[in-house]
Write a protein that binds this ligand. Structure first.
Ligand SMILES: Nc1nc2c(ncn2[C@@H]2O[C@H](COP(=O)(O)OP(=O)(O)OP(=O)(O)O)[C@@H](O)[C@H]2O)c(=O)[nH]1
Ligand SMILES: [Mg+2]
Ligand SMILES: [Zn+2]
Length: 293
């Protein structure tokens, strides 16, 4: 049976890439009965008489699976946050990072639209960005207008499947247009698409870029923690993991426990208080979610 990679899912069709051809497939009914949905990024076995009437027969085992955006087998994530329009949100960045860490995906943080900030605002931004660099995250400033050259991102894609994620209007598609010659991905001014109440990018699709693949995705502004336990959350903050062996209690949630090494590191300004505050907010959400079941 021929095998390929799902590069696009749209209106009940799956587009399976096999060497140089792309075959339009439907999923076999048996998937629905098993409550399995093929995802972009899935490796599949398929059967096809021609390029437009294929059937996906087998789904290969997944390395990981993201719910939003819906995509499988992701190696890395470009987390795009605009310096302005929409305003940079550190709590949302931490939320994304938790999801990324939970799925064993490597993040690269992009601060986009840096041409829109003043000198002073840029300094503030760099200070906050430093918090993330200190943790060990890679951070790049980009603008499609000037100064911060987006093509510096290009080498990062090689040999990997990367998902590009971030709120609507931060410039995800614009960034890809700047990096992929002749790509002509649809982009839109923020005021316009807010007016229409929908996103400019409306489906997930894998595109070739710099010797790898990248999935442009529709933007989203909220993420929740379905299926995550309080114990899992602790491991999604790498700088907490580094010190938590010194917590007095083995299962310390770094909340109200005495002798907590994480809280100590926060008061010593080794760990950013904003990161700990966001952690506590997420912990609270997870604990409340559980109580509702
Ligand atoms: N000034 C400035 N504007 C930018 C930059 N990058 C993108 N924009 C503008 O921001 C708007 C939104 O860009 P898109 O690329 O459509 O945003 P998106 O993240 O793909 O949005 P969705 O597809 O809705 O999730 C467009 O009007 C772009 O021209 C930048 O670096 N500087
Ligand atoms: Mg887009
Ligand atoms: Zn602790």
């Amino acid at each position: 049976m021929p095998e390929g990679l799902i590069v696009k899912a749209l209106s009940g069709f799956y587009y399976v890439k096999d060497d140089s051809r792309i075959v339009q497939c439907r999923a076999r009914g048996v998937f629905r009965k098993k409550k399995l949905t093929p995802l972009v990024g899935d490796y599949v076995g398929y059967e096809a008489e021609n390029d437009t009437e294929g059937y996906i027969m087998v789904l290969k085992e997944r390395k990981n699976e993201l719910v939003r955006p819906p995509i499988a087998n992701v190696d890395q994530a470009l987390l795009v946050f605009s310096a302005k329009e929409p305003e940079f949100s550190f709590v949302l960045l931490d939320r994304f990072l938790v999801h990324i860490e939970h799925n064993d995906v490597i993040p690269l943080i992009i601060v986009s639209k840096t041409d829109l900030v003043s000198e002073d605002e840029r300094k503030q931004l760099l200070k906050k960005v430093h918090v993330y660099k200190k943790i060990g995250y890679d951070v790049l400033l980009t603008s499609t207008e000037k100064e911060d050259d987006p093509t510096l991102v290009l080498p990062w894609f090689k040999g990997n499947v990367t998902v590009i994620a971030g709120q609507s209007g931060v410039g995800k598609s614009s960034l890809l247009n700047a990096l992929i010659p002749n790509s002509n991905i649809e982009t839109n001014a923020i005021s316009k698409h807010l007016g229409r109440g929908r996103h400019t990018t409306r489906h997930v699709e894998l595109l070739e870029i710099g010797g790898g693949l990248v999935a442009d995705t529709p933007g989203f502004s909220s993420l929740d923690f379905i299926g995550m336990e309080a114990e899992d959350l602790r491991f999604c903050f790498p700088e907490f993991v580094q010190v938590m062996d010194a917590c007095k209690f083995r299962g310390c949630l770094h909340d109200k426990e005495p002798g907590c090494a994480v809280k100590q590191a926060v008061s010593d300004e080794e760990i950013a208080d904003t990161r700990h505050a966001n952690y506590l907010q997420f912990l609270n959400e997870i604990q409340n979610q559980k109580r509702r079941y």
